[in-house]
Design a protein around this ligand. Structure first.
Ligand SMILES: [Fe+2]
Length: 292
């Protein structure tokens, strides 16, 4: 399997018009659906002009975030599903903290294989979530898991995380959304399926046993993905920078523009979701890139 050393090193990874109008957000009002935006795999650098595989990652993140915030109904929360900073730089995390703060929207950040969890929590403060975290919004339980493992590209959930998740799901019957960086199931891409959550089957079994888990949200795959198992959706998101080609045997970049996932969670447990991408993006990923 070809690897791109810079990427593999754990760094030490038809718009509607804007209609301005007042929008009262009350995340505690359980009669209202909850609108969320998932932003994933930013791969930012401390240097604003730094590029990765031909993409100026800060610029593409800014463009995707602006697109998300330009939609008529603003989200009640932003979920950033890992690979936030590529170069283990405090400057990268500080930039992200300030940029997210300016949105004035609650945001939740989890680590990916390219992040340094300690640096992430140091600089993102309360927005940086640990091994297992629960946030209650609009009658939903948002459960965040850190699937990153030091010096590994693939992910893992520790026995303690799985025990805590099982206890949480046994005690809490409200509809739940689980968020983590790595994919816990096959996405039909041979090279990517070797670097998902190594014990993803344990998470799948928990979801099967607890039907209040309506969706599992992940990043890492740099592509749109959706599969329903039982009553639970497994959803992957595009990256805010370069994309990977779906169902590819070996590493391959896709020419789809950067984007994000939008979710609407209803009080009765229904989930509606869609992928939104930039209509065009000036930069294209390097065609000669040989691995990730
Ligand atoms: Fe990534």
């Amino acid at each position: 399997m070809p690897h791109h050393p810079q990427l593999f090193r754990r760094s030490r990874c038809a718009m509607r018009p804007t209609i301005p109008r007042p929008f009262q957000v009350n995340a505690e009002d359980s009669a209202m659906p909850l609108r969320l935006i998932q932003l994933s795999d930013l791969h930012l650098f401390g240097d604003p002009s730094a590029t990765l595989l031909g993409i100026t990652t800060r610029q593409s993140f800014e463009a995707v975030l602006s697109l998300a915030l330009a939609q008529p109904d603003p989200p009640q929360a932003l979920i950033l599903s890992g690979d936030l900073v590529q170069d283990a730089s405090a400057a990268g995390y500080r930039y992200l903290r300030e940029r997210l703060k300016r949105t004035e929207i609650p945001h939740y950040c989890i680590a990916g294989n390219h992040d340094l969890p300690a640096l992430l929590t140091e600089h993102l403060g309360a927005a940086g979530l640990g091994a297992v975290a629960l946030r209650r919004l609009a009658g939903w339980n948002l459960i965040f898991l850190d699937s990153s493992a030091a010096e590994q590209v693939s992910g893992v959930l520790t026995p303690t995380q799985l025990e805590q998740l099982a206890a949480l799901l046994a005690a809490e019957t409200a509809p739940a959304l689980i968020c983590l960086h790595h994919h816990p199931l096959s996405i039909g891409s041979t090279w990517m399926d070797q670097i998902g959550v190594s014990n993803g089957a344990a998470l799948l079994a928990l979801c099967e046993r607890h039907p209040q888990v309506k969706a599992v949200l992940f990043g890492h795959v740099h592509q749109a993905f959706a599969e329903q198992r039982g009553s639970c959706w497994f959803l992957g998101a595009p990256a805010t920078c370069f994309q990977f080609k779906p169902r590819s045997v070996n590493f391959a970049l896709d020419d789809q523009p950067p984007g994000y996932r939008e979710l609407t969670l209803y009080p009765d447990g229904q989930v509606r979701t869609r992928i939104v991408r930039l209509s065009a993006y000036a930069e294209i990923p390097l065609p000669q890139a040989g691995g990730y």
